[in-house]
Design a protein around this ligand. Sequence first.
Ligand code: HEC
Length: 136
Amino acid sequence: MTRLLAFTTGLFFLSTIILAFLFIKQADQSIKEQLAIAESPLALAIPVTLSGKELSFRRGCTNCHDLKNTLLGPSFEAISMRYSRDLQAHETLTKSLREGSSGKWAQIAMPVQPTERVSDDEAAVILDWVLTLAPN
Ligand code: HEC
């Protein structure tokens, strides 16, 4: 009876150890896989797609522009409303970004937003987003 008990207990401990070992190995493997994905050139090649809203924050537009309120610059909603019927809006606003803008909204001018600050692709995403903001 004692021998049986000792045997079962032994078996129990042994299987626990084996299971623990397998579990750790599995976890280690998945961490290695994740690291491999993060470091692969493929991951670097995939451009991070941020929304216009997020980009406007990261590229510093929101230092001067709020969604609804006038700060140094007009609100993004007001811009969207003014240009809602303008088929050239995207080009006009891109030009304003690249060349700076003054006298259209207030006494304060918007300084040139150079490509080092906001790339062409990013500017397009931001402006597309801004132009959707006019309440219908
Ligand atoms: C230093 C403050 C400042 C920053 C930073 C800034 N703006 Fe402006 N923005 C202004 C001001 C001021 C005006 C109004 C200019 C005017 O009256 O013509 C303006 C105007 C605009 C307009 C309307 C232009 C037009 O032709 O009617 C758009 C669109 C715009 N900004 C987008 C952006 C975006 C996108 C960014 C970020 C990449 C940005 N702004 C960063 C201050 C700023």
